[in-house]
Design a binder for this molecule. Structure first.
Ligand code: GAP
Length: 460
């Protein structure tokens, strides 16, 4: 992990937030290459989950929502971690993660292993609050959303009515969420400001179980085949009932083998009719499943103006669909991609080269155009024009670099995962050919300049 963190900072993938002021715990900034990697991952997800299916719509809901959303979703009551305090060092720790925490006075010991006495665990709600409007009265606050999901539930009717969808169909969303984690840690693994890629997929109750299993398989395959995570680094975990979120009757986590161990990359839950029912008025008139009924009756909705139902034409009745929810972390996805791609290779010369073996679709830069000599005007002019032509296609992020000798430039591009380096040399001026170097094999081939675009496009 230290090597990845160091590469990320050195080459402009990820920086600590507000670093010059000592940082901001649980927040990170994506730099020039990080933003490209992150956008590529999100684009790949959107393409697979929205564009390549016929049963999905996308939305982008606001982060600030009416606070009743969080009352009726029951996040106000239940979105909490258990917290313990050390009476001696005053440290605060997650009760279920003491084995991953350090005593503030004796960092080699776990909290409670030292002389300090720990308090009894108590719940700590992880939602951030912010004031809305200029008057700081106790009622004028909103939460920063802790999951993107609720934006999709409260827009269920809007999407349904505006698109004329029939179930099964789903809504997808990518966006920021905020959680006041007690102990943010492990670089971008556990953050306070994070990004999620979530789907709420609405089905007939009787289809929920099979749909759940289908999404688990689909997304496991996606991480392996399209994102390029090795199968042996991926696993499924059946989440135990006591570890499931309050809305879930079944959750399967897709786990990735990070350098810190096996950890959750994505959670896929069967949320039943819980959320749509909780956000509906007149719950007593709805045909709810028993687990939801118990919770909905405990909290009848006095504020919603809608019944979030679906008219099931074949059966001529209104139903509340069940929801299957694949929910992945963008940052955890980026971290998995970086861990997977990082390689230190010993060359025949005995030298080691660091190479990020990213899938070309995810690589921040697809092509680097390098002049063999930076003071040869004609070589520089040709290299710059090739850069411009490739970039203008809009298909491949292309950079020009002449800031070092060619060997060093290749190493730099290897380190950031650029799949192709195009070098313009003296021969290029005579026969309009360039060399194309492959990142993984380091082999070079000569290609005619007019064929370059097609050659690279085929390989990315
Ligand atoms: N709407 C369901 C939901 O939010 P979750 O399992 O709490 O479910 C989904 O979160 C995904 O979001 C996780 O699998 C993880 O990848 C990511 N995630 C959650 N908390 C995170 C945090 N503090 N930092 C980074 N990523 C996080």
């Amino acid at each position: 992990m230290d090597q990845i963190v160091s590469l990320c900072k050195r080459r402009g993938f990820i920086f600590q937030s507000s670093e010059i002021y000592g940082g901001m715990q649980g927040a990170y900034d994506y730099g020039p290459l990080g933003v490209e990697l992150k956008n590529n991952l999100k684009r790949l997800w959107w393409k697979h989950n929205v564009y390549e299916r016929d049963d999905m719509e996308g939305i982008d809901a606001a982060i600030l929502m009416n606070r009743f959303v969080w009352r009726y979703s029951q996040h106000e009551e239940t979105f909490a971690d258990m917290l313990v305090d050390c009476k001696t060092c005053k440290g605060r720790f997650r009760a279920d993660k003491l084995g991953e925490s350090e005593c503030l006075r004796h960092p080699t010991k776990y909290p409670g292993e030292c002389e300090g006495e720990l308090t009894e665990p108590r719940p700590f709600n992880m939602m951030f609050k912010t004031q809305v409007g200029p008057v700081p009265d106790p009622e004028s606050f909103a939460y920063l959303r802790p999951e993107t999901a609720q934006g999709m539930f409260v827009n269920f009717k809007n999407v349904l009515d505006s698109t004329n969808r029939k179930i099964p169909f789903g809504i997808a969303q990518i966006g920021k969420s905020f959680r006041n984690e007690i102990t943010p840690r492990n670089f971008i693994f556990r953050l306070r400001e994070l990004e999620q890629m979530e789907i709420e997929f609405f089905v007939r109750p009787e289809d929920a179980q099979a749909t759940h299993e289908a999404w688990v398989k689909d997304h496991l395959d996606w991480w392996a085949e399209e994102v390029g995570l090795r199968r042996e680094h991926l696993d499924l975990l059946e989440v135990l009932p006591e570890d499931r979120a309050h809305y879930s009757v079944r959750t399967v986590d897709i786990m990735y083998k990070y350098p810190i161990g096996w950890e959750e990359l994505e959670g896929i839950a069967n949320r039943t009719d819980f959320d749509l029912a909780m956000h509906s008025r007149d719950q007593d008139k709805l045909d709810l499943t028993p687990n939801t009924r118990a919770q909905a009756q405990a909290l009848p909705n006095a504020h919603s103006t809608e019944r979030l139902t679906y008219f099931d034409q074949p059966n001529n009745k209104h139903i509340i669909p069940y929801v299957v929810e694949p929910a992945a972390g963008v940052d955890r996805g980026c971290l998995a991609v970086l861990c997977e791609a990082y390689d230190e290779e010993t060359l025949e010369s005995g030298e080691t080269r660091i190479v990020l073996r990213l899938k070309p679709t995810l690589a921040p830069i697809k092509v680097a155009v390098l002049p063999l000599k930076k003071n040869a005007d004609e070589i520089v002019a040709l290299a710059k024009s090739i850069k411009k032509t490739l970039q203008a296609t809009g298909e491949m992020r292309t950079v020009y670099d002449d800031s070092a000798g060619i060997g060093k430039l290749y190493r730099r591009q290897d380190e950031v995962g650029t799949p192709f380096c195009v070098t313009v040399d003296f021969q290029s001026l005579e026969d309009q050919t360039v060399t194309v170097r492959d990142r993984d094999t380091m082999q070079q081939v000569r290609i005619a300049v007019p064929d370059l675009h097609a050659f690279i496009r085929e390989r990315i």
